[in-house]
Design a binder for this molecule. Sequence first.
Ligand SMILES: [Zn+2]
Length: 287
Amino acid sequence: MVGLELDELAKAWIEDCVVNHRPCPKPEEAELPARLIDVGNSTDNNGDLRLITTAKESKGRWIALSYCWGQTNNYRTTTRTLEDHLSHIPFNDLPLTIQDTIRVTRSLSIRYLWVDALCIIQDSDEDWQAEAEQMMNVYRNAYVVIAANQGKDVTSGMFIDRNPLESRPCEMRFRSRDGKQLIRWRWIHPPRIPWSVRVKKAHLQTRGWTLQETNLSTRVIYYDEGGLCWQCREGIRQERVPACLVTANDPLVPRRIFDAYAEDPMNIFTLWSGLVEASHLGLWHTN
Ligand SMILES: [Zn+2]
């Protein structure tokens, strides 16, 4: 799939979730985070882009990004660059993952985007303290969370060249020799890799931050090298079989700690021990 097709798939999944999923909260307009990137209301990628400070208690919709910063000297908001960013953010100066997220945000017709590097003043302890406390609301109330699953750093981008035969089914049609009659057709499916292997083994999942980012959010779209993946409270989807929703009741679907807690607070003990054993996250120090 190319970018535009992925946008259409993401839109279809979101719409299905919003309209048909009973366990998934409707995307009500929520209290906006203190700062957001205003991506404008056009799909023009050269359109105006700037940071805004929201009025207290103002409501709306935004997309939040979950990604790896990496070791690169990231483009960020500091006390020195804040005024410039409130006036204008040059699209071409941004690292690729943030550019890609802006493209997706515009294609989903959402006006605001939250990215920690730009929405928190990075050299202000005071601002970090205040915003870290709000991060739960930023992810929990986001319209959708976009997870750049493969990128090792913010310059990696969300879209990578890949073999479409490995991420979505291919329809083969067999016709008679004269080409007039359709004899049969077959679907050739890409290798069946479990969602939990596909998504949870990715580079992004080795970061401690993602634990809260993807557990708290209602709807997550993972941009993965194996294709687009979806998770909401109703279940999971993969681009390889776009119409198939594996419901959250399926034992193969990894439980999100806050969903399970909402169903029954006693679940917290089992989930917490599973979390502690999740050594692949690299969260724990041996000492
Ligand atoms: Zn849903």
